[in-house]
Design a protein around this ligand. Structure first.
Ligand code: TYD
Length: 207
């Protein structure tokens, strides 16, 4: 079972990852938590290049390819082997981030992006994608109050609105894969919604 967490700034998806892993481990599942970009030694090196504030001249195509390079390594080395063992993988962002940020955010054609993603991932798709959805301005206010700043944090409100709308469009295209979670609720309620969605999908998969 491969589960991805997606969302815009300040959606709180990252803080839901570990409690979700604990919940699944209590049910005897072998759970791995990962993040993108990164998650492997090579991927973490690529992450540094992507986030480096000095890399102001980075072209969107370079950025896209670096995200796919990090992803290819993660799929090959970590995700696929763990899924083959019957484990659960929880990944903080995955291919849908490329479609939402680089595709909808930069307003680029999605088709070449989809082809690159398929190449990088061997067409590995999540069984379940949780969209932590919230008003973009609420998210930006949350984000402004904490955390480190990196090159990819410099987007404006209109960019994040396109990203959010992009996520919704992706969810409409594949309703069986996506579950939209209201990320403006208190964290405890968000966690409940996450666990409910996962339990439901696990039942569907085993039944
Ligand atoms: P990060 O600091 O890891 O945090 P968060 O997931 O909480 O935002 O930032 C990852 C950044 O990388 C984020 O701005 C989204 C961006 N990103 C893309 O633009 N494309 C991608 O394919 C991925 C995986 C991430």
């Amino acid at each position: 079972m491969f589960i991805t967490f997606e969302g815009t700034e300040g959606s709180g998806k990252t803080s839901q990852l570990h409690p979700t892993a604990d919940f699944l481990r209590q049910q005897g599942r072998d759970v791995l938590t990962l993040r993108e970009p990164g998650g492997t030694s090579i991927g973490e090196q690529i992450r540094k290049v992507l986030f480096n504030l000095e890399n102001t001249e980075m072209h969107p195509r370079t950025e896209i390819l670096l995200f796919q390079a990090s992803r290819a390594q993660l799929v090959e080395d970590i995700i696929t082997p763990h899924l083959r063992k019957g484990g659960v993988v929880l990944c903080d962002r995955y291919a849908d981030s490329t479609l939402a940020y680089q595709g909808f955010g930069y307003q680029l054609d999605l088709e070449p992006l989809r082809a690159l993603i398929a190449f990088a991932t061997h067409a590995l798709k999540p069984d379940l994608t949780l969209l932590f959805d919230l008003d973009v301005e609420v998210g930006m206010r949350r984000r402004a109050s904490g955390g480190e700043w990196n090159r990819l944090d410099a987007y404006d409100l209109a960019f994040y609105q396109r990203v959010r709308e992009g996520y919704h469009q992706l969810a409409r295209e594949e309703p069986a894969r996506w579950v939209i979670i209201n990320a403006e609720q208190p964290p405890g309620q968000v966690q409940e919604a996450v666990c409910k969605a996962i339990v439901k999908r696990l039942r569907q998969k085993s039944g």
